[in-house]
Design a protein. Structure first.
Length: 144
């Protein structure tokens, strides 16, 4: 039900991890995600540790889901002298092409312990259903 849009995105993510580069608004870094089906919904979980909920932006345009977030340095000020900085900072983004069978009008979003979880219900028109047949021999139920 989910489609990848950029086959080189994973290579960009690996390069950014190895080179230690941070994402910018014009070239955001990739955020890791998991996607799976749970009952009548698809669930997408994005890792965003250290990102405040106010710094997360979720958009859906047609079937394109876009998640952007920005992680800022925790320690700021004139008296702060950074000794070690390994946690990636900057802008993170991920785009996912959603199938037509998902109901993008009813997406639910939760953010807890650094994980953004989106639940996207399967559209009613895409769920299996029974279809009644009429005729001389009566009605029969078949799986649709």
């Amino acid at each position: 039900m989910l489609m990848r849009t950029d086959p080189f995105r994973e290579m960009d993510r690996i390069f950014q991890q190895l080179s230690g580069t941070t994402g910018t608004w014009s070239k955001p870094a990739v955020m890791p995600m998991d996607a799976y089906r749970e009952g009548d919904a698809y669930v997408i979980a994005f890792d965003l540790p250290g990102v405040s909920a106010e710094a997360i932006d979720i958009d859906v345009e047609r079937n394109m889901l876009t998640v952007k977030a920005e992680r800022r340095p925790a320690a700021q000020g004139d008296s702060v002298q950074m000794e070690l900085s390994e946690r990636p900072l900057g802008v993170f983004s991920r785009q996912v092409m959603l199938a037509d069978t998902l109901d993008t009008e009813h997406i639910e979003a939760d953010y807890d312990t650094g994980v953004l979880t989106l639940r996207i219900p399967i559209a009613e028109r895409a769920k299996p259903r029974k279809i009644a047949l009429g005729g001389e021999s009566g009605r029969k139920q078949i799986s649709g």
